[in-house]
Ligand binder design. Structure first.
Ligand code: SF4
Length: 361
């Protein structure tokens, strides 16, 4: 273990925080929601749920950027690769995600040129070496959108374009509160996204709902401290944004990355898989960047579909209504080797994470 991380994995400190959580929680039930695959990984890997009192639940919401991409976007990406014959690039997990038209991996097996890249820059380099059209299927939250913007501002070759499916996290959190399907007593806000949007990025949630929000890092103690901070806010009758992850997140966030995003993208209403259309929760290219917009270049229709494969309860998992192991297919029919829904495909999906660490159904 890196020496720097040691203080965040100290067992004695963890026990101390857990007894504080126990004192603060009393008898009533609390549902805390986080929106980050890396948080879920830490929680499951270190068995943090088993350290919490039974009345304090921590559930994952829509924090997986691959699971939440609308199936209509996947169908459009398949269409680009199969009907328009482009070289379609995207990130690893995305190619296995099912849609009514199958997955990009299946399209590749049928002969389409679908390639996995580690960054959009790799996709641009492919375009520089060919005369064929190259389209990058750009997915991800506020953490990846700035790199898409930077690449377009650097003027990629004419045969390169982007099919944009970037999503924004705070509107999704707001939407869960507006839906009100289940009470949410507090949010653990995602560390990576917060490095970009800062503490101020969650201001609208704070203004509209008196719900505690704590931005947290990714070590076990970060998460436990965040839970204690949320319970303390509730005990004090507060509903504010607090920053536990001060070692990486500033109030204003990464202003340079925010400017890149603002210059290249406009904010639009968009469909989230398993959730539906969320107001001002997606990004589309501004008119000035239309020449790089694959949906315009290839005249693709926008789709607002958001269904899950039959029998898959990933929508309820993403809305923090059930745990993965409450899905009857979990680890029976649906496994990482034979995934039924997107939450079992992506490494950031809570079904995949639960299966990876041997949680039983
Ligand atoms: Fe969907 Fe599989 Fe998760 Fe069930 S276990 S919710 S089928 S992804």
């Amino acid at each position: 273990m890196l020496p720097l991380l040691k203080p965040f994995r100290d067992e004695a400190k963890a026990r101390e925080i857990c007894s504080l959580i126990e004192k603060l929680s009393g008898d009533r039930a609390y549902r805390i929601v986080h929106v980050c695959g890396t948080h879920e990984d830490t929680i499951t890997r270190f068995g943090l749920r088993s350290l919490l009192p039974r009345n304090v639940e921590v559930r994952m919401g829509p924090g997986c950027p691959v699971c939440t991409v609308s199936p209509g976007h996947i169908e459009n990406a398949i269409n680009l690769a199969e009907e328009h014959g482009v070289i379609l690039t995207t990130f690893g997990d995305m190619i296995r995600v099912p849609s009514p038209r199958g997955s990009l991996a299946e399209a590749r097996a049928r002969g389409a040129d679908v390639r996995v890249v580690y960054s959009i820059h790799d996709a641009v380099r492919i375009a520089e070496k060919t005369d064929r059209e190259v389209v990058h299927f750009a997915v991800g939250f506020e953490t990846t959108a700035p790199t898409t913007a930077a690449e377009l501002l650097a003027k990629p070759p004419e045969n390169f374009s982007v099919y944009v499916a970037h999503l924004l996290i705070p509107p999704a959190m707001l939407h869960l509160l507006e839906l009100g399907e289940a009470p949410i007593d507090g949010f653990i806000n995602p560390g990576h996204v917060s490095t970009i949007i800062g503490v101020r990025g969650y201001g609208e949630i704070e203004r509209r709902f008196k719900v505690p929000q704590v931005i947290a890092g990714f070590e076990p103690l970060d998460i436990l401290i965040a839970v204690a901070m949320i319970l303390k806010q509730i005990a004090d009758g507060r509903g504010e944004i607090e920053n536990e992850y001060r070692r990486a997140v500033r109030y204003e966030g990464n202003v340079k990355a925010q400017r890149l995003m603002e210059e290249v993208f406009r904010v639009v209403d968009t469909a989230w898989r398993g959730i539906g259309v969320i107001r001002r929760s997606g990004l589309a290219l501004r008119e000035e960047f239309e020449e790089y917009d694959a949906s315009k270049r290839f005249e693709l229709e926008t789709s607002e579909s958001y269904e899950m494969p039959e029998g898959c309860r990933c929508g309820e998992v993403l809305r923090a209504l059930i745990y993965p192991w409450e899905c009857p297919l979990f680890q029976r029919v649906c496994t990482p080797e034979t995934p039924v829904g997107p939450c079992m495909v992506s490494r950031e999906g809570s079904c995949y994470i639960a299966a990876k660490y041997g949680v039983e159904g």
